[in-house]
Design a protein around this ligand. Structure first.
Ligand SMILES: [Cu+2]
Length: 300
């Protein structure tokens, strides 16, 4: 009897703690309510299954407890029970998978009017590239990554000349516009994650991954790396600032383009972009090492 009471207290306590928990999601700042809904459905299904299994255990502990002289009946096959459990489990699995698959399909199906920007992951900092006046990102190639071309942009591609490069500083984005995120890594697997946007995606060296979202409120939000990517993984933090279109335009005006940075760089010298102090340390501790020691492709 004591076992049954303990089991019921655990089940009820867990549910009560979930309801009054001090930990909950950050207030959402993007269009991805469907991702929150999918998570809520998961909570409901796993929660109901959890309570049902524990209550069944408590019931069994009382109903089938030891009594002198009583023997268990041996029943190796019970078709009705097996079909029932198979059907119930299948319904549960379908309920768990379907909302996620629907949300995932929306997450990677980019609307035609989405504007593009790029996130580059590197041990251990985030860099960003925004299209310039032509609205198009220029070509890039991992083989072009070098000391003064940390993004590996093709210097011969005219579309890349006006690309705006942000390294070691905050990413600014305009409010209310659908945005397609293109992600590249120059070293290992990273994962671009903004909890307020409910959005995250692995970044795999050698390929470009993507998703899309629309920022729905202004503010400054954390960017994290959700993939253990080396010793300095915990320092791989960044900020995204969502602001009104006019403020965003003003900020964009003040940033350097690829052409300006290349013109400013003496041949062979590393370009120093705006870098926050803490993040500069992280990069100096090995983050930029692999990239900066390679000869620049133009000087070979
Ligand atoms: Cu990382």
């Amino acid at each position: 009897m004591l076992v049954a009471v303990v089991l019921i207290v655990i089940a009820v306590g867990t549910v009560v703690f979930h309801v009054v928990s001090p930990w909950w999601w950050t207030p959402i700042a993007s269009n991805w309510h469907s991702i929150d809904d999918a998570t809520l459905v998961t909570f409901w299904i796993t929660g109901i299954a959890y309570v049902a299994v524990i209550l069944f255990m408590a019931y069994c502990a009382v109903r089938f407890r030891y009594r002198k002289g009583r023997r268990a009946a041996y029943e190796p096959e019970n078709k009705r029970l097996e079909w029932g459990l198979t059907g119930l489990t299948s319904l549960g699995v379908i309920g768990l998978l379907t909302p996620g698959l629907i949300a995932w399909n929306e997450f990677v199906t980019v609307p035609d009017d989405a504007a593009e920007f790029e996130v580059v992951g590197r041990q251990w900092q985030w860099s960003f590239r925004l299209p310039g006046k032509d609205g198009v990102l220029g070509a890039s190639d991992p083989r072009l990554v070098g000391g003064d071309n940390t993004f590996g942009l093709d210097p011969n591609d005219p579309r890349g000349q006006d690309d705006v490069l942000i390294e070691g500083d905050d990413l600014h984005l305009p409010l209310g516009r659908p945005l397609k995120v293109l992600m590249r890594s120059v070293d290992v697997i990273h994962d671009f994650y903004v909890p307020h946007f409910r959005a995250k995606m692995d970044i795999i060296p050698g390929m470009v991954t993507h998703f899309w979202f629309t920022p729905t409120r202004t503010g400054t939000f954390d960017i994290l790396c959700a993939e253990l990517c080396g010793l300095g993984h915990h320092t791989m933090r960044g900020m995204v600032v969502v602001e009104e279109e006019t403020e965003y335009r003003d900020w964009l005006q003040g940033q350097s383009t690829f052409a300006e940075l290349m013109a400013r760089a003496a041949p062979g010298d590393a370009v120093k972009l705006a870098t926050n102090d803490g993040r500069e340390d992280a990069a100096a501790n090995g983050g930029a090492r692999s990239a900066s020691n390679r000869p620049h492709p133009l000087n070979r």
